[in-house]
Design a protein around this ligand. Structure first.
Ligand code: IMP
Ligand code: MG
Length: 188
């Protein structure tokens, strides 16, 4: 099977260049799943993916998980159609799973200011789970404005706008199999 893997891509008028390759993603996602296999052995965790961005990462991650587990989704939106966070979180779909007494892993594509994840952690804690940990594929440490403990990080990146592997720019680009970064020379 071959994926759509261009070296650069124009999305909504901005140029993006290849930043994290399929090989790097595959390797790191498998490593994160191995950590889960060890840390959650005997605990039957519920993975809660934050839609829309986490859908590809979570589906790849789960295929490497070897312990019994469940999955559910929560839908938030904070970005609107811009490249900077709107600063408010809107809840668009609540959980279906009963998380009381369960071990929860919140799974995000990217933690930027931390606003969305802080909101999610608080929202899930209200429901009395046994534990809550956060996993994010990408983490922008310099952009953090809201404190959130992130247990599992795929890659730390600088404060740059990225695209692909589930992440969008004004809803486009989620289908890209690799991660791209905005080309600042082009004034993206
Ligand atoms: P935060 O609430 O500021 O941490 O932003 C988190 C959400 O914004 C993530 O779940 C992403 O969906 C989105 N986001 C943050 N940075 C980027 C980016 O560089 N590209 C695409 N989406 C992003
Ligand atoms: Mg997201």
């Amino acid at each position: 099977m071959s994926f759509y893997e261009p070296e650069s891509v124009v999305c909504n008028g901005s140029l993006f260049r290849l930043y994290i390759t399929k090989e790097q993603l595959d390797k790191r996602v498998a490593e994160l799943a191995d950590q889960i296999n060890r840390d959650y052995d005997g605990k039957k965790p519920i993975f809660i993916g934050i839609l829309n961005g986490a859908f590809i990462f979570l589906s790849d991650l789960m295929r490497h998980v070897r312990i019994p587990c469940e999955v559910d989704f929560f839908k938030l939106s904070s970005y609107g159609d811009e490249k900077v966070s709107s600063g408010t979180v809107t809840e668009r779909k609540d959980l279906d799973a009963d998380v009381q007494g369960r071990h929860i892993v919140l799974v995000e594509d990217i933690v930027d200011t931390g606003l969305s994840m802080k909101y999610m952690v608080e929202r899930v804690r209200e429901k009395n789970p046994a534990s809550v940990n956060v996993m994010t594929l990408l983490y922008k440490p310099d952009a953090a404005r809201h404190h959130v403990d992130v247990e599992y990080v795929g890659f730390e990146i600088p404060t740059l706008f990225v695209l692909g592997y589930g992440m969008d720019f004004a809803q486009e680009g989620r289908n890209l199999a690799q991660i791209y970064v905005i080309d600042e020379k082009e004034g993206g």
